[in-house]
Design a protein around this ligand. Structure first.
Ligand code: GLC
Length: 462
């Protein structure tokens, strides 16, 4: 590990801290002064999660506790009939502290100001995961059992578990509702959301206080949903060579309970790249599944989170790690790690991104590389005994991250160039690197970030 890179990363993280009434409450997303800040000067819930893990692993819990409390104050608490107000239970995508004279005010953004007005479905999930790791690190159950801290997860659960039109255990969301917060064809049932949903339900189940009748009432619902969700994702999202062979020979237009091709996937949807790319060993969870739709793309964050949280079965987790090794040129590359593979190009790019130049092929969300994923890659590597993979990833990343001043993302098939519109001094690039260093240095600390739970059922590794 490079001590200069580490010191620089800590300096960046410290300088990103935002205070409210004299207390640290979060970290800004980036501090690049050469590009218009837009909302990068705000505290993003998903970005702060990684800062929170770095602080907690360093024994500094105060900022995390303050953040958790601040987000609860901003959480939408009232049932809204006004469709322009955030729905009850929603956590902000980001917030800022606005100053007028001596007066400081907290202002949340629930997507109503964001580019393209995207809804932050993942914010409540990240909030739960931050609270879970805070309690693990501090043992401060008194905080988690406070009335307002019990009500917050219940409101998140109400928002996720209420009745809706579809009848799947997965969660239906609009495009761009998570880390990929631009149009990218990730509407419907994207894997990233399902993996976070699973991890967040597990966290809620750990955090809800059974001695509080209102909280205890959620337990049976949570247990049931978790097991259906795991079964659904392990069975229908799984892809390896034998499974691809089945899809290739699928019958279609089957009606009723005995149908095998339940989602009516046409074999012609199998993309050309996949046939040769999928190795003999290994497999992964596909990016999305809905009526007549299988999105065959690899999504790094969704697959890694599914491994970390136990949504992927143990066999599937092993196969995903195998794929990462066999296809490391594509999935890890010169700057760990690829967010989505392969990139959408040509007509697909036009239709699915709406001709978005920021997401042109092999850039940004569309096939770019995101160093913030280092924390998750390291966590899963340690959990599966693949330390060497994590060590190599860290070694590959650190010199360039320091030299390039912590860019937000890298472009190109192998991630060799600083992203065309990437901000420098991006907080979660530094925090992701720091968490990876902390975990590799003291692997037992991975227990603080443990997510999910073991669910029986092997999934369908062939
Ligand atoms: C971009 C990313 C989003 C991140 C935000 C702040 O919008 O797509 O995931 O939260 O920047 O870093």
């Amino acid at each position: 590990m490079n001590p200069h890179a580490r010191q620089a990363a800590w300096r960046l993280l410290e300088s990103s801290v935002v205070t409210y009434q004299g207390q640290p409450v979060g970290t800004v997303a980036a501090q690049d002064t050469d590009i218009a800040a837009l909302n990068y000067d705000q505290v993003f819930t998903r970005d702060f999660a990684i800062s929170a893990f770095a602080f907690l692993l360093d024994g500094r819990a105060e900022i995390v506790r303050n953040f958790l409390h601040t987000a609860v104050r901003l959480q939408s608490q009232e049932r809204q009939l006004d469709c322009f107000k955030p729905g009850k239970g929603l956590m902000p995508a980001s917030f800022k502290v606005s100053c007028a004279g001596n007066r400081e005010t907290l202002i949340g953004d629930f997507g109503e100001h964001a580019i393209a007005r995207v809804a932050p479905v993942d914010s409540g999930f990240w909030w739960l995961l931050i609270l879970q790791s805070y309690v693990r690190a501090t043992g401060d159950w008194a905080f988690a059992h406070r009335q307002d801290l019990q009500q917050a997860p219940r409101l998140i659960l109400d928002l996720c578990l209420t009745s809706r039109f579809d009848m799947f255990p997965t969660m239906l969301v609009p495009d761009g509702s998570f880390m990929i917060d631009r149009r990218m064809g990730v509407y419907g049932y994207p894997l990233d959301i399902q993996a976070q949903f699973f991890a967040a339900l597990c966290a809620a189940s750990e955090l809800l206080d059974d001695s509080d009748a209102a909280s205890a009432a959620y337990r049976p619902v949570l247990d049931e949903r978790l097991s259906h969700l795991a079964h659904h994702v392990r069975t229908y999202y799984w892809l390896d060579l034998p499974r691809l062979g089945q899809i290739y020979r699928y019958g279609v237009e089957e009606y009723g309970p005995t149908s095998i091709n339940k989602f009516n996937i046409y074999p012609d949807t199998i993309p050309d790249w996949l046939m040769d790319w999928l190795p003999e060993r290994g497999g992964y969870l596909v990016g999305n599944l809905g009526p007549g739709r299988l999105d065959y793309r690899w999504f790094g964050q969704g697959n890694l989170l599914a491994c970390a949280a136990g949504l992927a079965s143990p066999d599937q987790t092993g196969a995903i790690m195998q794929l990462l090794v066999d296809r490391q040129e594509d999935l890890i590359g010169a700057m760990p790690a690829k967010l989505c593979f392969p990139a959408l190009a040509d007509q697909d790019w036009r239709i699915l991104t709406g001709c978005d130049p920021k997401n042109r092929p092999w850039s940004y969300h569309n096939g770019g590389h995101w160093p913030m994923l280092l924390w998750l890659l390291t966590l899963v590597s340690l959990q599966t005994g693949a330390e060497d993979l994590a060590e190599r990833a860290l070694h590959t990343a650190e010199r360039r991250l320091l030299q390039d001043d912590w860019p937000e993302y890298y472009d190109g098939r192998r991630g060799r160039l600083v992203g065309q519109q990437a901000r420098r001094q991006q907080t979660w690039s530094a925090a992701g690197y720091l968490v990876a260093c902390q975990l590799l240095e003291q692997p037992e600390r991975a227990a603080l970030l443990r997510m999910g739970r073991a669910i029986s059922g092997r999934g369908c590794v062939s």
